[in-house]
Design a protein around this ligand. Sequence first.
Ligand SMILES: NC(=O)C1=CN([C@@H]2O[C@H](COP(=O)(O)OP(=O)(O)OC[C@H]3O[C@@H](n4cnc5c(N)ncnc54)[C@H](OP(=O)(O)O)[C@@H]3O)[C@@H](O)[C@H]2O)C=CC1
Ligand SMILES: O=C([O-])CC(=O)C(=O)O
Length: 265
Amino acid sequence: MTQKMRIGIIGFGAMAQSLVQQLSKRDAIHIADCLIRSTSTRPVPGGIVRHDDISGLIAAAPDLVVECAGHRSVADHVPRLLRAGIDVTIVSIGALADAAIREELQRAAEEGGARLVAVAGAIGGLDALRAAALAGLDAVTYTGRKPPGAWTGTPAEEVVALDTLREPATFYEGSAAEAARDYPKNANVTAAVALAGIGFDRTRVRLIADPTTRTNSHQLEVQGAFGRFAITIENNPLPENPKTSWLAALSVAEAVIRRAGKLEL
Ligand SMILES: NC(=O)C1=CN([C@@H]2O[C@H](COP(=O)(O)OP(=O)(O)OC[C@H]3O[C@@H](n4cnc5c(N)ncnc54)[C@H](OP(=O)(O)O)[C@@H]3O)[C@@H](O)[C@H]2O)C=CC1
Ligand SMILES: O=C([O-])CC(=O)C(=O)O
């Protein structure tokens, strides 16, 4: 009998719960452990061992840890896992906008002989962007559009009255470096785009609160020596967290399922 791939998850919010739903249908995968804060009130299904300290998760030695808990958890926990030789897949890619964190993760992966994978998350087209970048890119522009409620608790509140908005309002225009840092629960996709294309400073970002939409949409426009492409993804949000698109959770699930398979087709 082949051994199941043992997964540990960091965080147990909307994304992690959706991930568990997907992965528990797969025979080759066992969700063994999760790391959640001791203060967390979120219920964790029976059969998953709950840790409130990273040392416990490291001692459990899962085959792969999947981070679903935000930028802080990437900085605090992922280097330790990598140094312990545990592979990690992250979804809070915006943490990589900080060059010091990127360097620390690189060092930790080398020291531990482990692999860090950042998923595409809620966006698509990164394969084409990466390929196009080889011949040189002139411009990469990302536009993120979500209903006003998805921007609550962010700096957008200082620019527009989200509660009474009647028309779409662009509240941020700038670099992926700033967007990923200042909108850590909404703009991780800008980091995925930056890393696949022309970097955090040259990737242009526009963020829009739109009372006329129900979806979280992500538009990518790319120009370079290869030609040009534009792609728009209209995502349904996860019911438990309107900031997070369902596709982001599915993207993590797909990455884990592909890794558990024998062939990468
Ligand atoms: N790449 C992409 O396309 C996307 C990436 N994301 C990233 O995924 C993250 C999770 O999203 P989602 O599940 O919707 O968010 P939720 O707010 O629903 O859940 C977050 C979970 O992480 C836990 N958590 C927060 N901080 C820490 C920490 N320092 N250590 C351990 N656990 C922690 C929370 O704990 P508690 O239970 O105590 O609240 C909660 O269980 C987002 O913060 C964002 O960074 C989100 C959407 C798209
Ligand atoms: O899920 C989304 O629509 C995108 C998102 O929140 C992020 O990139 O952080």
